[in-house]
Design a protein around this ligand. Structure first.
Ligand SMILES: Nc1ncnc2c1ncn2[C@@H]1O[C@H](COP(=O)(O)OP(=O)(O)OP(=O)(O)O)[C@@H](O)[C@H]1O
Length: 506
C-alpha cells in the first residue's frame, strides 16, 4: 500500500464529535459536512475548537465521542498517515515542518514510503518540489534548510505540501495569517481550482473579507458548540456572524475609532535608518500617545525596521533617537532597559517560553525589566498576571496552565500581555493580532491605546490594512525599504494605502 492514492471525490462527514482536555470540553458534539466541490468557512473565536475539530477529522487526534464517516461508512484513523491515505490533508496554522531539513525534502515528508512521493530520483523530486512551490508563488532556494525561511515562506511550503497531495478533503487552518495580499489571491485561485475539480475544502480564518471572498458554506463555532451554519451567496452578513461568534450582538458597534490625538512631544526619531538591502533610509517621528501604523506589501522592510529599533538587527547607518538621546543598540537588552520593546510575530521562536506556564510567561518581562529581580514583590506580579488574563480575554484554566496547551490565538494574547505592565515607553508590534479573533483583536488594540494614553507610544506593523486603518492615528506605507507615504486624517483610506503599497503615491 502506498501513502498516496489517487482518490475519486468523496464525502467526509464528522458527526457529534466531542473532545475534552483535562476535563474541560473543547468540542461538545459538533457536526461538520464539508461538501465536495465547495469551500466551507469555519469561523470561531480563539479557543472555540476549530483546530481541534480539524485535527480529529485528519486523524491527528482521537475524539472522545462521535464518528467520522467516509462516503457514509464509519472510519477510524489511528494515525495522521491514515488520514492522508484516505485523502484528508491538513495545512497547519503553525507549519509542521522539519526545520533542519532542506525545503525540497520537507515537501515529501510523510510520503517516504512510496519513494519520495512517487518521484524515483532525487533530481525528479527536487524538480517536482520546485514546481510545487512555484504554484503557490514561492521562488526560493529549495536546498536551504526550512529554518532559514520567513514565517510566510514556511506557511507556503506547508500549503504547497498539502496541495500537492491531491486531497479529497483539504483543511487550511489559518493559511493566510502570514501572507501578503498578492499571495493570498494566488492561494485563493488555487483553492478555487481545486474545489472546481471536486475537492472539499475547510478554510479557517479570522478575516471575514477572506471568508466572504472564498467560501460557499459557513459554520460558526462558539465554545465547542456549532452555533450557526448557512450557505453564502457571495456576501456575508457581518453583524450576524459577529453575533454568533461572540454571543454578543454589541461587539461590532463597540468598535473604538481612534479620536484625533493632540500633537505631543516626539518620543522616537529615526533619521536615514539603513540596514542591508532591506532598509534603505527610513525617517520617522513617533509621538507620545500615538499609535503609528506601518503598512505596505509584505517584505518591504517593515519587520527589519522594527528589528533594527529593538536591537535585534544592527543598523548600517542613520540615527535612532529616543527622548533626545541617540542610541546604537547592540542587542535587544540595551533597548528593553530604555523601555523599547518588540512584540514579535513569531511567537514560537521569540515570544514565548513554551515549557512554562501562562503565569510565568506573562510575568517574564516584568521580571526582566526590574534592575533587582530578587527584590520583586511577588504579590504585585501575581496581581498583574491575574489582571492580564481577563483583560485580554485569555481562554485558560488559569495561570498554572502550560502555555503550550493554549490555542494559537490565546498564545498570541499571552505574548502581548506580558509587555503591558506599564514600564514600556515605545512598544513595537509586528503583526500583533496574527491568528487572533475579532473580539480579542479589539481588546488588544484597546489595551495598546490605554498604554499609550499614559504617555508612551506604539509603532505597529500589521499585514491587515483594515486593522491599521481602524486603530492607528497615522499610517506610514513602506515600499522597497523606504517610507513612501505618510497618511493621516481623511487621507487615511484603503485606496491610498494600497496605491502606496505598490509604489504609487498621490
Ligand atoms: N493539547 C491540548 N491540551 C490541553 N488543552 C488543549 C489542547 N489542545 C487544545 N486545547 C484547548 O482546547 C480549546 C480549543 O482549542 P483549539 O486550538 O481547537 O481552538 P481554535 O478555535 O483553533 O483557536 P485559535 O483560533 O486560537 O487557533 C482551547 O481552550 C485549548 O486551550
Amino acid at each position: 500500500m502506498t501513502d498516496h492514492l489517487p482518490l475519486p471525490p468523496g464525502r467526509v462527514t464528522a458527526r457529534r464529535i466531542s473532545k475534552s482536555f483535562g476535563g474541560v470540553p473543547a468540542l461538545a458534539g459538533v457536526d461538520l459536512e464539508p461538501r465536495p466541490g465547495r469551500v466551507l468557512g469555519l469561523l470561531g473565536a480563539n479557543g472555540s475548537g476549530k483546530s481541534t475539530l480539524c485535527r480529529i477529522i485528519a486523524g491527528e487526534m482521537a475524539p472522545d465521542g462521535g464518528e467520522l464517516l467516509l462516503d457514509g461508512e464509519a472510519v477510524r484513523f489511528a494515525t495522521p498517515k491514515d488520514g492522508v491515505r484516505h485523502g484528508i490533508v491538513i495545512a497547519h496554522q503553525h507549519p509542521s515542518l522539519a526545520p533542519d531539513l532542506p525545503v525540497w525534502e520537507n515537501l515529501f515528508l510523510g510520503m517516504e514510503r512510496c519513494g519520495l512521493g512517487g518521484f524515483v530520483s532525487r533530481a525528479g523530486s527536487r524538480r517536482a518540489a520546485w514546481h510545487m512551490l512555484q504554484a503557490v508563488g514561492l521562488d526560493i532556494d529549495i536546498d536551504q534548510p526550512v529554518e532559514r525561511l520567513s514565517a510566510a515562506e514556511q506557511q507556503l511550503v506547508e500549503i504547497a505540501r498539502a496541495l500537492s497531495r491531491e486531497p479529497r478533503l483539504l483543511i487550511l487552518d489559518e493559511p493566510t495569517a502570514a501572507l501578503s495580499a498578492a499571495l493570498v489571491e494566488r492561494l485563493f485561485a488555487h483553492v478555487r481550482a481545486l474545489a472546481a475539480s471536486g475537492t472539499a475544502i475547510i478554510f479557517i480564518s479570522h478575516r471575514l473579507q477572506e471568508v466572504e471572498a472564498l467560501c460557499d458554506d459557513l459554520v460558526v463555532l462558539r465554545n465547542g458548540h456549532r452555533v450557526g451554519s448557512w450557505e453564502l451567496d457571495g456576501s456575508l452578513d457581518e453583524a450576524r456572524v459577529l453575533d454568533l461568534l461572540t454571543g454578543d450582538s454589541d461587539v461590532a458597534s463597540r468598535a473604538r475609532d481612534r479620536k484625533p490625538q493632540a500633537a505631543r512631544e516626539v518620543v522616537l526619531t529615526l533619521e536615514g535608518l539603513a540596514a542591508g538591502t532591506a532598509l534603505r533610509g527610513v525617517d520617522l517621528d513617533l509621538h507620545s500617545g500615538e499609535i503609528l501604523g506601518l503598512a505596505g506589501l509584505q517584505g518591504q522592510g517593515q519587520e527589519q525596521l522594527l528589528d533594527a529599533v529593538a536591537g535585534f538587527r544592527r543598523k548600517d547607518s542613520g540615527r535612532i533617537v529616543h527622548r533626545g538621546r541617540a542610541l546604537s543598540p547592540r542587542r535587544p537588552r540595551d533597548m528593553i532597559r530604555r523601555g523599547i520593546c518588540l512584540v514579535p510575530n513569531d511567537r514560537h521562536r521569540q515570544g514565548l517560553f513554551m515549557n512554562e506556564t501562562v503565569g510565568e510567561n506573562l510575568a517574564a518581562v516584568s521580571v526582566a525589566m526590574q534592575p533587582q529581580p530578587w527584590r520583586l514583590r511577588r504579590r504585585a506580579l501575581r496581581d498583574f498576571v491575574q489582571r492580564a488574563i481577563p483583560r485580554l480575554l485569555i481562554k485558560t484554566r488559569g495561570p498554572a496552565q502550560p502555555v503550550a496547551t493554549l490555542s494559537g490565538g490565546n498564545q498570541q494574547k499571552v505574548v502581548i500581555g506580558k509587555w503591558l505592565d506599564g514600564s514600556v515607553d515605545v512598544l513595537l508590534l509586528s503583526d500583533p493580532t496574527k491568528g487572533v479573533d475579532l473580539r480579542a483583536r479589539r481588546e488588544i488594540y484597546d489595551t495598546i491605546a490605554d498604554l499609550v494614553a499614559g504617555g508612551s507610544a506604539a509603532l505597529v506593523y500589521a499585514s491587515d490594512i483594515h486593522e491599521l486603518l481602524h486603530h492607528c492615528d497615522r499610517i506610514l506605507v513602506m515600499f522597497e525599504g523606504r517610507i513612501v507615504e505618510a497618511l493621516s486624517g481623511s487621507a487615511m483610506t484603503e485606496q491610498r494605502v494600497i496605491a502606496a503599497s505598490f509604489g504609487r503615491v498621490a
